[in-house]
Design a protein. Structure first.
Lengths: 95, 413
């Protein structure tokens, strides 16, 4: 997913700076629990959007959407939701 | 650059710490973040006076610990600043974690280490175990012999660190109290000469990353975002360490060049910058030593020479990277080498002994080695003790074998 070929040290930039953007690393596959939003309960307070450490909660203009490419499943959004509109569901149950 | 005649070099009567502060004052340093600890305190004290008086443009950050001091320097240097800090002993130990980060991010920070013993028991006097503790952190380590050299080397350190072939942090080591608190008459260069020697403010190297079209300066800048040293697993960490290994190979050459250039401007040089030798060509016995003790050893060795004894001295000015081949070439024809260490790796030998031992291993004909651990916790290395040591080594040379390889000089039984 990340890299077609591992680079040698002569090809790497100085100072251990990354040569690609961190968005190239889709960290969603680290997830064990998946946040699922119940839009009937959601009051659009946007606390989940504020608290998400990975900026994986997105406002699409009408409702919140989770970006599962980067959501690591930490559960902060579910914990902070004042109306309990977010459930953390084990990944295998979803499949 | 043209030579500055001695009468154009200001005469100052200062101690080692003040000499370092003056060097930093002239070096167009952007950020100094430091926390006071004996015997380094005077560096920070003097420098904060320069800041308070508006004599420098430097941002002075009074931090709450040495861990923070080095962290602030890492941040400043990553943002493109010329950064300096100073510490000693326990303060250096608290910096330890960040020392590695400074080196692996290739940030050319300069650190004055005023060598002092580590606790316990608490001792504020000279000992090299603090510097040896940062041996493997990836820093260049220079040791000075006197106050004049502390001034000269601090300025040189910025040039060495920032050289594009190097880009590594430099620690300038001066002996606590023996140098830090001892007044000496020194000559300092005019400000504008130092500025020209350093090439003005810090120059930033460039890097190429995939997501930006052109090469960009290696600095933190939101307009051209770079991430310094994020997660590396077994896939890339080893490759990044190769960068540091390769950069270290270029250091001796740069140190020699800077030493020579400094000589052409100031009239002062310290051996070839890496090693300083005295009477080694025909010597049967050679003493190797770091720091201010070298002055005493040279004095005693001159006395032995007047008596016709073939004794020589090598002062190791650069401990990291260690000049293995260079020192082996100097030592290989002697009969016995006395390796003096103001420190010990408990359960092993003195740290410079280990280096010299591995320098000589591949030679078929090689001298015998004796390790003298001396001066721990500031114990004086008097001329009488040095004489005793040289007499022992001369009789070892005559006898042709060494009985006790690890000897303790000046300790009570």
């Amino acid at each position: 997913m990340v890299e077609e070929r591992l680079r040698g040290w002569r090809e790497l930039p100085l100072g251990a700076v990354t040569y690609r953007l961190s968005t190239d690393y889709k960290t969603g596959d680290w997830r064990a629990l998946k946040p699922v939003v119940n839009l009937n309960k959601c009051v659009k307070c946007m606390l989940c959007w504020i608290y998400c450490p990975d900026m994986a909660v997105i406002w699409d203009g009408e409702k919140i959407v989770i970006n599962y490419d980067y959501c690591k499943g930490c559960g902060i959004c579910a914990q902070e939701c004042p109306v309990k509109a977010i459930d953390m569901v084990p990944e295998y149950e979803e499949r | 650059m043209a030579k500055v005649p001695l009468e154009k070099q200001t005469l100052l009567n200062v101690n080692g710490d003040e000499a370092v502060a003056w060097a930093v004052k002239q070096s167009l340093v952007d950020v100094v973040a430091a926390y006071p600890i004996t015997p380094q305190t005077i560096i920070v004290e003097r420098f904060s006076e320069f800041v308070a008086n508006g004599e420098v443009h430097t941002e002075f950050v009074a931090v709450e610990s040495e861990h923070s001091a080095m962290s602030a320097c890492v941040g400043a240097a990553a943002a493109g600043a010329r950064a300096f800090t100073a510490t000693a002993a326990n303060g250096l130990a608290l910096m330890w974690e960040i020392l590695y980060i400074a080196a692996s991010l290739r940030l050319p920070i300069v650190l004055a280490v005023v060598n002092r013993a580590l606790s316990a028991p608490i001792n504020i006097h000279c000992d090299h175990n603090d510097a040896y503790g940062m041996r493997d952190a990836g820093w260049i380590q220079l040791f000075v012999e006197n106050v004049q050299e502390a001034y000269d080397t601090t300025i040189q350190a910025f040039r060495i660190a920032e050289d594009e072939r190097v880009l590594l942090p430099v620690a300038v080591n001066l002996d606590g109290f023996f140098l830090s608190h001892t007044l000496e008459n020194i000559r300092i260069l005019p400000d504008e000469v130092v500025h020209e020697f350093l090439g003005g403010y810090r120059k930033i190297p460039k890097v190429k990353v995939d997501y930006l079209e052109d090469e960009v300066p290696l600095v933190l800048n939101p307009a051209r975002p770079l991430s310094f040293g994020p997660l590396d697993l077994y896939d890339y960490y080893f490759e990044h360490k190769m960068h540091q290994i390769e950069a270290m190979k270029n250091v001796p050459e740069v140190v020699r060049e800077v030493n020579q250039e400094w000589y052409e401007i100031s009239g002062r040089k310290y051996g070839d910058g890496v090693l300083e030798t005295l009477y080694v060509e025909d010597a049967d016995v050679i003493i190797t030593v770091l720091g201010s003790t070298a002055g005493t050893v040279k004095h005693v060795v001159r006395k032995f020479r007047r008596d016709g004894k073939k004794v020589g001295v090598v002062r190791i000015r650069m401990f990291r990277p260690f000049p293995h081949r260079e020192i082996a070439e100097v030592l290989k024809n002697a009969k016995v080498i006395g390796v003096m260490d103001r420190g010990i790796s408990f359960g092993s030998y003195g740290q410079s002994y280990l280096e010299i031992n591995s320098s000589l291993y591949d030679y078929k004909e090689k001298p015998m080695l004796v390790n003298y651990v001396y001066g721990l916790g500031g114990r004086d290395a008097s001329p009488e003790l040095i004489e005793k040591m040289i007499n022992e080594l001369l009789s070892d040379a005559e006898r042709g074998y060494v009985e006790n390889k690890l000897r303790f000089l000046g300790v009570r039984e």
